[in-house]
Ligand binder design. Structure first.
Ligand SMILES: Cc1cc2nc3c(=O)[nH]c(=O)nc-3n(C[C@H](O)[C@H](O)[C@H](O)COP(=O)(O)OP(=O)(O)OC[C@H]3O[C@@H](n4cnc5c(N)ncnc54)[C@H](O)[C@@H]3O)c2cc1C
Ligand code: SF4
Ligand code: SF4
Length: 1020
């Protein structure tokens, strides 16, 4: 089994279209799981970059894929979300990684039978959310609930939250549909599930499963501190023996409690965003039971507390521990790596095993465990997860890694076993699964996988690696003393930049737990579905880059630039990593620091900004054309006021109803404010995200000066991005630039809501039927600035209006996709914004209200593309109309401008640019000397001319392209319908954009252009 041939690639592409990737950068992100292997062990596993990654959507596609792989002798490695750490998802024979990302459909929920059926790629959190409206919930789930799949858990096997009552996951599965190695589909039930569970996909690809679920009930949580591992054991034995009605029981050891007390807290723009809850340095057991059983559980527990010297901890600790149940790797920020060890032990050995491990492992080892009341053979068991914080970049990591075997050996001595097999413990299959089951699996695999293509080298033995692991186990007592002497420093301590990656970001890249919780919240990711677009993928790529296994390329530069800055990832990251701000800083490193081109649309905006200080290439003289003449005396430029209303570029030039309505509302509310008129400039947000920080710094200076000169102390905005700039970004930049900053930022909705509350603004009664509205929280005003209530108060103050909230709202609200998606990948923008439109329509509302001009632009364009029926209306527009004002319909201008910018941006992409230039060879060649032209003609007649011309073009394009800018302008004008202002400025914009883009894109352009140049020269 080797690299795919070009025919094989073509046939895969024919089967899966854009759901298969052969891109080297992308594939490299699908060759690992959460574990970091020590450097000395990596050669044993070998290179694990697959030849392709495919994302099937249906069982039928899985069948086709398996048949194709069988016929072509290509290995298939299934992948849920790669949150396991046993190497099961590693494509050790390369071939194809089968990513279940697009198989997430919840197919049926049977409330009576209490079962749920879903495709295997469904993430637990999503399945649980689907159960909620039926009054149901999961019987059990892994702690990786926000980021792992149902199929992955069945294939991997395991126990988790709820296992105290529900047991091992396999026992909660009713049936599983599986695509076998010969392409047949079979449903497994009862004891036959043993052939699929814990089998890591070696016997088939699970396409769908039906699991048992339970009624959703309110839970109560109790946390208990015990002084020793033996008292912890005694407490748990009491709970088991007395059959206390507990649903879930987990625990941590004192070292884990101590580390959790020091882990950095989530921050928001330099301020703590969460409170620290201090844990006692003890064994802390967390019990969850149904609320109706609380009194019973607490009452009966009283009898055991004293003999165990245990104490019930505060409600706050209990709640905190429960809420942190999915964050068990939160302390990884202190490592930045972790050496993991995992084992299952009989409950009766828990105390001894933990005490002996602590004695033998002379490193700070932290433990987290869960208890299964009826484990193997119906006896109680504890699953113990151990971690030793360490740094994988150091040689000592290799020695400390050996200590993971210490814990396993101790567990085995006490009647325990490894948790799973996967790749690393395949040689321990008999102990993990039982000898009889291994024999059954082996025999079945022979029949079920006749071509030997399903997840090779996993579970049933893996030759050399297994043998070496056995040897390592035997040698563990010899290595242990060395490892014990390694000095482990715990705590965040970034030291120096690595290959231009700032020191702290380098640290975060290694601390990222690769848990994937960030994936489903990230609109950049779910709009495209490929790892490189997720925070997890980017952190992993940075590691590779810092280890010189990857280099900056356009794919990764663009993926960094395409982050929409929505900040949802940060709310989901259990390590509280500053993700968005890290990407922001790397954008600067790339664009200002390494002269990489920004996104073409940003280059266009940057060029436009240099002219008339707005990003839409409007005329400066038109900037304030929207301003209502009757308000000039009271709020026009020159009127002295403490508040300055800034409209922002998009409202000033495109959606003018937003700023007209905002000033009408502010005026009606009695707010004294002024405006800057033509002197208002762009807030600079597009330059910040474009990585053009030098330009941004100048904008910050100019804007602060302009507001000061107007005599204002408060900036009032309608655009959330402007608000974010003035509220959070400018203060930090002013400090950095040494400019005094005493300007406050308010959103108009906050001022209007205040006047509604104090009675100075009252909306008139409305006749007719109530209007049904839903509300979209913008990322920058909501999640970032924390303004959620004011807009709702404005809506609720209007008579005859009914507000229907969307499923995802406030801090959890979906991002619209931001203009960044629109200007980068319009088709993706339509999908991402389409999800919000779908949610809005699901509320039954007639109108979707929003206050962000950019969100509205996005929604309007997406609604037109997707045929969504809900009307998109600006909040200020709606409220000003309720006050009796007439406002322009923004849609015609949105359509006119987008009809210009969409094709213009497409022409600035490498494909578009190459297409334009390929039609201009006579003009381009005319700019060359006669001798250069003759030389090119000679080259064109040589064998391999395209490759030679490609090299030549790569060097010459950066100087050639700007020379033909005037001709290019003409050709662009022929193809793109432009507003007058854009057409006027194009001759100035075009050379600047070409100057910025052609150099960094020269390689790509040369590749695309060389064949057409060769053909042109030959034809001459
Ligand atoms: C923070 C955190 C907490 C965790 N908590 C728990 C816990 O409480 N209990 C626990 O048991 N584990 C836990 N894990 C480990 C891991 O999350 C689980 O094993 C999880 O079930 C793996 O799911 P996945 O979708 O990521 O599968 P993957 O890791 O992608 O795959 C696991 C194995 O299953 C195979 N596979 C995946 N999908 C399929 C399919 N459709 N058909 C056939 N084979 C397939 C893969 O090839 C691989 O061998 C935790 C991990 C993390 C990071
Ligand atoms: S800020 Fe938004 S788009 Fe950017 S990485 Fe985070 S979730 Fe994804
Ligand atoms: S960024 Fe955070 S949420 Fe995403 S994979 Fe890393 S640790 Fe997990």
């Amino acid at each position: 089994m080797g690299t795919l041939t070009s025919n094989q690639r073509e046939s895969l592409a024919a089967l899966f279209g854009d759901r298969v990737t052969f891109d080297r950068t992308e594939r490299a992100l699908y060759g690992h799981d959460i574990a970091s292997l020590p450097s000395l062990a990596r050669p044993l596993v070998g290179r694990t970059v697959p030849d392709a990654v495919v994302q099937p959507e249906t069982e039928a596609e899985l069948v086709e894929l398996v048949r194709w792989a069988g016929a072509n002798g290509v290995a298939l490695t299934p992948r849920g979300r790669a949150t396991s750490g046993y190497g099961g998802v590693l494509p050790v024979r390369k071939g194809i990684v089968v990513d279940f990302y697009r198989m997430q459909c919840v197919q049926a929920i049977d409330a009576e039978a209490r079962t749920a059926t879903a495709q295997a790629g469904v993430v637990w959190e999503k399945l649980d959310a689907a159960l909620e409206p039926h009054g149901l919930t999961l019987r059990l789930y892994p702690a990786s609930y926000p980021g792992s799949t149902a199929g992955g858990w069945l294939a991997q096997g395991g126990a988790g939250i709820g296992s105290f009552e529900a047991g091992w996951f396999r026992d909660n599965v009713v049936s599983a549909r599986v695509v076998m190695g010969d392409g047949s589909v079979r449903e497994f039930q009862g004891t036959e599930l043993d052939l699929v569970s814990d089998a890591e996909g070696i016997t088939g690809l699970i396409s769908e499963l039906t699991v048992r679920v339970m009624p959703r009930e309110e839970l109560a949580v109790v946390a208990i501190g015990c002084p020793t591992s033996h008292t912890l054991q005694r407490l748990v034995e009491f709970i088991v023996d007395e059959r206390l009605p507990v649903w879930s029981l987990s625990f941590i050891n004192p070292s884990m409690a101590a580390l959790r007390n020091t882990v950095p807290l989530r921050e928001h723009y330099g301020e703590p965003a969460e409170e620290r809850v201090l844990l006692p340095e003890a064994y802390v057991a967390t019990l969850a039971c149904r609320a109706r059983h609380r009194a019973d559980v607490e009452g009966r527990l009283a009898a055991i507390l004293k003999p165990c010297e245990a104490e019930v901890l505060s409600e706050r600790i209990a709640r905190h521990e429960w809420e942190s149940r999915s964050k068990l790797m939160g302390f990884k920020r202190l490592g930045p790596s972790l050496v993991p060890a995992e084992a299952v032990v009989p409950l009766g050995a828990l105390g001894d095993m933990l005490a002996e491990t602590a004695r033998k492992v002379a490193q700070p080892i932290v433990h987290e465990g869960i208890v299964v009341r009826a484990g193997r053979d119906g006896r109680p068991e504890a699953v113990i997860l151990g971690f030793i914080p360490s740094d994988e970049r150091r040689l000592s990591f290799n020695f400390i890694y050996a200590l993971s075997l210490t814990m396993l050996r101790v567990a085995e001595r006490h009647g325990g076993r490894a948790y799973a097999t996967g790749l690393y413990f395949a040689a321990r299959g008999a102990s993990v699964l039982g000898a009889e089951r291994v024999a059954r699996l082996r025999a079945f695999k022979k029949r079920a996988d006749p071509h030997g293509i399903l997840n090779p080298r996993k579970v049933l033995g893996n030759g050399l690696l297994g043998g070496l692991l056995r040897m390592a186990c035997a040698a563990e007592p010899l290595v242990r003393p060395f490892a014990g002497h390694v000095v482990t420093h715990i705590g965040e301590r970034p030291t120096r930049p690595i290959r231009g990656v700032p020191a702290d970001i380098a640290w975060y890249a290694y601390s990222c737990a690769q848990c994937g919780y960030c994936l489903d919240g990230c609109d950049q990711f779910y709009g495209r579905g490929w790892e490189s677009h997720s925070p997890r993928g980017k952190w992993f790529w940075l590691r590779q880059y810092m280890e010189r296994r990857a280099h900056w390329n356009r794919t990764m530069a663009e993926t960094l630039l395409a982050c929409t800055t929505c900040e949802l990832c940060e709310a989901r990251c259990p390590l509280a990593l500053p993700i968005e701000s890290s990407w922001m800083r790397l954008r600067r490193e790339l664009v200002d620091g390494r002269s990489e081109a920004s996104l073409p649309a940003f280059e266009l905006m940057a060029a436009a900004l240099r002219g008339a200080n707005n990003v839409w290439a409007g005329r400066r003289a038109d900037r304030a054309a929207w301003f209502p003449p009757d308000l000039l005396d009271t709020h026009g430029p020159g009127h002295p006021a403490a508040n300055a209303y800034l409209a922002g570029c998009t409202a000033s030039f495109i959606e003018r109803d937003v700023c007209i309505a905002s000033v009408r509302l502010l005026d009606a509310a009695g707010v004294d404010f002024t405006t800057l008129g033509e002197a208002e400039d762009c807030c600079g947000m597009p330059m910040l995200v474009a990585g053009k920080w030098e330009r941004f710094a100048q904008i910050v200076r100019d804007n602060i000066r302009a507001v000061r000169e107007a005599g204002a102390t408060t900036v009032v905005t309608s655009c959330p991005s402007c608000d974010m700039m003035w509220r959070l970004i400018y203060p930090a930049w002013a400090k950095r630039l040494g400019i005094p900053y005493d300007i406050r930022a308010r959103h108009y909705s906050e001022l209007v809501a205040e006047r509604i509350r104090d009675g100075s603004l009252i909306f008139p009664e409305r006749d007719g039927k109530p209007v049904h509205l839903t509300w979209h929280d913008s990322c920058h005003l909501g999640r970032v600035a924390g303004v959620f209530d004011a807009p709702r108060q404005v809506i609720q103050a209007m008579p005859g209006v009914e507000l229907h909230e969307m499923e995802r709202r406030r801090a959890d609200s979906r991002c619209c996709g931001n203009v960044i998606t629109l200007v980068k990948d319009p088709a993706v923008a339509a999908e991402v914004a389409g999800l919000v439109l779908d949610e809005a329509q699901a509320t039954g509302a007639d109108k979707l209200l929003s206050l962000c001009p950019c969100c509205q632009l996005q929604f309007r364009i997406a609604a037109a593309r997707n045929g969504a029926s809900i009307e998109v209306v600006d909040l200020a527009h709606f409220a000003a109309e309720a006050l009796g004002f007439d406002l322009p319909d923004p849609l015609p201008e949105v359509e006119r401008q987008w009809a210009c910018f969409e094709p213009l941006i497409a022409l600035m992409q490498p494909a578009g640019m190459a297409d334009l230039m390929a039609a201009l060879w006579p003009e381009i060649l005319a700019t060359l000397s006669d001798s250069d032209q003759r030389m090119m003609q000679r080259i064109a007649r040589l064998p391999g001319a395209a490759a030679l011309l490609r090299r030549l073009l790569r060097r010459r394009l950066p100087t050639l392209a700007p020379r033909v800018a005037p001709v290019l302008c003409g050709r662009v004008a022929e193809r793109v319908p432009m507003p007058e202002s854009v057409a006027e400025q194009l001759p100035e914009l075009m050379p600047r954009v070409l100057d910025a883009l052609v150099g960094p894109l020269a390689d790509d352009l040369a590749r695309r252009l060389a064949p057409s140049l060769a053909a042109h020269l030959r034809a001459q």
